[in-house]
Design a protein around this ligand. Structure first.
Ligand SMILES: N[C@@H](CCC(=O)N[C@@H](CS)C(=O)NCC(=O)O)C(=O)O
Length: 283
């Protein structure tokens, strides 16, 4: 397509559909951004529901398509899968790649307000605005049936974007999310760096605080491995459980003995998440 606003890096037949990798010049981020899209076979007959998957720290747009094992069931259920990258790349902000939990690979799915991050680190506007519109315009996606899920930092992203944009997402779930980022070292570092010292602003990007402060979203499914090395210090699912119970926000939090933080855990429970979204999006 000569006038396409994105470049096709590769496309692969996959379970009767197509797994593709793309790059475009993002106005929101001010840099080239890559994203992945799985188009299920049902899209040949018309627009299909679409799920955005947000990956965790150090990941890219390739992590989910390669490791999560979602395409086979998405092809059965007729779900499109969109996976963005986890941060801007190539901004050359001093120090952007010095840590694996801040800067490159660690966008935290919010719009930074502090310098030197504010120009490029605009992942919330990118995902809820520019990328969503691009997918809606150039892929057979039914944006009226849109869900969001993710892992760890991306689980935080899925929960907070669903709570902050209830008009955009009709289903939500998370694997081992950073459920109360204002209370853990990863979140304190990211929010301090991107948002500054105003903890009132932090609450607007913290799923547990958002629910406590009155925001609601569709029924939440969360899976958490009990052998997850980040569980004791970073994830705080019990805090999410408490605020959901107090607020009447539907939550199914499932704890699993013997599962760690990685993609063996995620791929084990992927089918349940896709079924959860397909059910919500067919209502
Ligand atoms: N960077 C740390 C851990 C990073 C990490 O566990 N990242 C999670 C998301 S928070 C992940 O999904 N990593 C990629 C993978 O497991 O494929 C390390 O290498 O030990």
């Amino acid at each position: 397509m000569a006038d396409s606003p994105f470049e096709t890096l590769s496309e692969h037949g996959c379970f009767g559909g197509r797994q593709g990798f793309y790059r475009h010049a993002s106005a929101e981020i001010g840099l080239p951004m890559r994203f992945a899209v799985f188009v299920p076979p049902q899209a040949a007959a018309g627009p299909v529901p679409v799920l955005f998957y947000l990956a965790g720290l150090t990941c890219t747009e390739e992590t989910f398509p390669i490791k999560a094992g979602a395409q086979r069931l998405a092809a059965e259920l007729g779900l499109m899968l969109v996976a963005p990258d986890t941060s801007p790349r190539g901004a050359n902000v001093p120090g952007e790649a010095e840590a694996w939990d801040f800067g490159v690979g660690a966008g935290f799915y919010l719009d930074a307000v502090r310098e030197p991050w504010a120009r490029h680190w605009r992942m919330e506007s990118y995902i809820t605005g520019e990328l969503r519109a691009l997918v809606g315009a150039h892929f057979p996606a039914d944006l009226a049936r849109c869900g969001i899920f993710g892992h760890s930092m991306g689980g935080h992203g899925a929960l907070t974007l669903a709570l902050r944009h209830p008009d955009l997402y009709r289903s939500v779930s998370a694997f081992a999310p950073i459920a109360a980022p204002g209370l853990c070292p990863w979140g304190e570092k990211a929010f301090g760096g991107y948002l500054g010292e105003d903890r009132g602003l932090w609450r607007a990007h913290d799923a547990s605080a958002l629910i406590e402060d009155g925001r609601r979203c569709p029924p939440i499914l969360v899976d958490q491995g009990l052998a997850d090395s980040f569980l004791p210090t970073q994830l705080n699912p019990e805090r999410l459980e408490q605020v959901c119970a107090a607020a009447g926000q539907p939550l199914s939090l499932r704890r699993h003995e013997g599962y760690d933080h990685g993609y063996y855990f995620i791929s084990t429970f992927m089918a349940d998440h896709l079924a959860h979204h397909a059910g919500q999006l067919s209502r």
